[in-house]
Design a binder for this molecule. Structure first.
Ligand SMILES: [Zn+2]
Length: 241
């Protein structure tokens, strides 16, 4: 060791382990079979096992991290859904367009691309309904800052942000809910700017905000959600986009 320019004992150990591993591989390849070399191989193999255990441990830590991240995302999503009052134990009412009652919805944004429909989804982080991740609204993608208009006339019942304990926007991000004249609740999520306030009476077509990507969102869109009796229902059949 005196001639080796290694200052750290840990590095010296790594260097020794590497040279030992190399020696062990060399001996194994050469097929040394004497009793002495067997003992030596055993001794070196033991330190090789330590290295192997180290790699396994490192991989275990990485794997646990990779697995726990999506799990945390699901828990996170559930938490945010609960905060926003989404009844996660509600039954799947997909297709119950009749539950919407009379009337049509104006498209909240102009010329959108539907990036995610209402219903069961493979997206991690959505609330769980009937044991599966469930998208409780319809995602309408348009460029950032585009106007969002009320799909139906009613009264603004919420205008603000969904935040976590750290004050960071999560879930629906900045969103507005309107209780319409039919008693349904429409929710407009992920806004970049709120242009409505609680108690304000709005007409269908009136601007209530701007498209953003706040909260649980991967790009500019409005999450349009309709609830009847507290249950999210599919707005698509009545939506004029
Ligand atoms: Zn959505």
């Amino acid at each position: 060791m005196a001639t080796t320019p290694v200052t750290s004992p840990a590095l010296a150990g790594v260097g020794r382990a590497i040279s030992e591993t190399g020696a062990w591989l060399g001996k194994t390849v050469l097929g040394a079979a004497s009793r002495a070399s067997q003992q030596e191989v055993f001794g070196l193999a033991a330190s090789n096992t330590k290295i192997l255990l180290g790699f396994i441990l490192a991989n275990l830590v990485l794997t646990v991290g990779l697995i726990s991240a999506p799990v945390m995302a699901v828990v996170f999503g559930l938490g945010t859904a609960l905060q926003a009052g989404v009844p996660i134990t509600s039954v799947d009412r997909t297709g119950e367009a009749a539950a919407l009652g009379p009337g049509l919805f104006l498209c909240p944004v102009q010329h959108p691309v539907v990036t995610q429909p209402f219903g069961p989804t493979t997206f991690v982080g959505e609330p769980i309904v009937n044991g599966v991740p469930f998208h409780t609204g319809i995602d309408l993608a348009v460029p950032l800052g585009q106007p969002i208009v009320a799909a139906s006339s009613g009264t603004v019942t919420f205008a603000g942000g969904q935040t976590n304990a750290f004050g960071l926007l999560v879930g629906y991000g900045q969103y507005v809910t309107i209780t319409d004249t039919q008693g349904r609740v429409e929710l407009y999520g992920h806004m970049s700017r709120l242009l409505a306030s609680v108690g304000q009476v709005v007409q269908a077509g009136q601007q209530i905000g701007q498209v953003g990507s706040t909260g649980f969102s991967s790009g500019p869109h409005v999450h349009f959600e309709v609830r009847v009796g507290g249950h999210p229902v599919n707005p698509a059949p009545n939506l004029r986009c």
